[in-house]
Design a binder for this molecule. Structure first.
Ligand code: PGA
Length: 249
């Protein structure tokens, strides 16, 4: 699938209070409305608590609403979970599934696959995350690990199932503590590996890079062949920085 617009996804994680989330949304909306960013798509992924209020702010704006997680069941005795249907009714269109910070808490790819399917069933688009650890990279296992993650995450998704595949080398995430970031050539090589795995199985997917993306480095990654955009944590937490990301993507 080809995407003409460059996508910038803000993953605010658990960094903002409700008040801060609403204020940041308002600031971003105001700034974007003054710009003519026709070839860019902004997706905001606040925490669950903020999502309904933010959806009201984003009505009639060009900004798209996303979520950081979801549960795969539709309804029932699942304390603490949020259903895909409830997310969908807020106007949420994208859902991050299997972020490495969830995987670090025990989420496996069988669960990630269930979540991706449940998101698609509610006519939303999953942002499926994959990526190797530093230890796996050092052992030369990156290609194999990522290929396996993709295969597990996409089991019976259907050839036409629409999804974003976010490659986030875990050691490149700004808070990983490794102090290292993948260079764009190696990222491009990894995307070639990823495309090989995906292209024979699916037709409706887009590729996204994530890990320490900043206004300075965004173009290095967003311009990699067949990469449609980026998933950003730290640099998405300030309105000016997020706008700069959109401009430079
Ligand atoms: P970062 O986070 O941009 O702060 O590295 C990216 C992510 O974890 O999705």
């Amino acid at each position: 699938m080809k995407n003409k617009k460059k996508i910038v996804i803000a993953n605010w994680k658990m960094n903002l209070s409700l008040k801060e989330s609403l204020a940041l949304t308002g600031q971003i909306k105001k700034k974007i409305s003054r710009l003519n960013l026709v070839d860019k798509q902004a997706i905001l992924c606040p925490d669950f608590l903020a999502i309904t209020e933010i959806s009201k702010i984003l009505k009639k704006s060009k900004i798209t609403l996303g979520a950081q997680d979801v549960f795969y069941e539709g309804k029932g005795a699942f304390t603490g979970q949020v259903s895909p249907k409830n997310l969908q009714t807020t106007g949420c269109q994208y859902v991050i599934v299997g972020h490495s910070e969830k995987r670090a808490l025990g989420e496996d790819y069988q669960t990630i696959n269930k979540k991706a399917k449940a998101v698609i069933a509610e006519k939303m688009i999953p942002i499926i995350c994959v990526g190797e650890t530093l230890a796996e990279r050092k052992k030369g296992q990156s290609d194999k690990v990522v290929a396996n993650q993709i295969k597990q995450a996409t089991v019976s998704l259907g050839k036409k199932g629409k999804f974003l595949l976010a490659y986030e080398p875990i050691w490149s995430i700004s808070t990983s503590g490794s102090g290292q970031v993948i260079d764009s050539q190696e990222a491009a090589r990894m995307f070639a590996v990823i495309k090989k795995v995906l292209s024979s199985r699916f037709i409706n997917y887009l590729l996204i890079y994530g890990g320490s993306v900043s206004p300075k480095t965004i173009a290095d990654f967003s311009k990699i062949e067949d990469v449609s955009g980026v998933l950003v944590g730290g640099a998405s937490l300030k309105a000016d920085s997020f706008i700069q990301l959109l401009k430079n993507a």
